[in-house]
Design a protein around this ligand. Structure first.
Ligand SMILES: [Ca+2]
Ligand SMILES: [Ca+2]
Ligand SMILES: [Ca+2]
Length: 117
């Protein structure tokens, strides 16, 4: 699974890992392994979605169910935030967030088999 470039996954995994363990800024095999929960060597959509759902919860520091720019400031720039904020209310709901990251997943899944490996 090396070499997969998933910008959002990368950024979010860094945020989560940095918070939890203060790891260096590189997506390594260990991080990919965290997404691959059933250890079959591929990250499928449900594994990715479940990872991102927990990433959303980690990022939502004030636990109001949405992400404001200051909560994702280190990982999404203003342009990326605006692209994710589908209804342009200045906050990312979990569904807006998941729509964006699952679109990234599909974009990265060039073989369209629902798995990244
Ligand atoms: Ca898997
Ligand atoms: Ca929040
Ligand atoms: Ca919104």
């Amino acid at each position: 699974m090396k070499g997969i470039v998933l910008l959002t996954a990368f950024a979010l995994s860094q945020a989560v890992v940095a918070t939890a363990q203060d790891r260096p800024a590189a997506m390594n095999q260990g991080q990919m392994d965290r997404l691959d929960r059933n250890r079959n060597g591929a990250v499928d959509q449900s594994e990715y979605e479940s990872f991102m759902t927990s990433a959303f919860a980690s990022l939502d520091k004030n636990k109001d169910g949405s992400l404001r720019p200051e909560e994702v400031g280190p990982i999404l720039n203003a342009q990326q935030f605006a692209a994710t904020d589908a209804n342009r209310d200045g906050r990312l709901t979990q569904s807006e967030f998941l729509n964006r990251v699952m679109a990234d997943f599909k974009a990265a899944d060039r073989s369209s088999d629902g798995k990244l490996q």
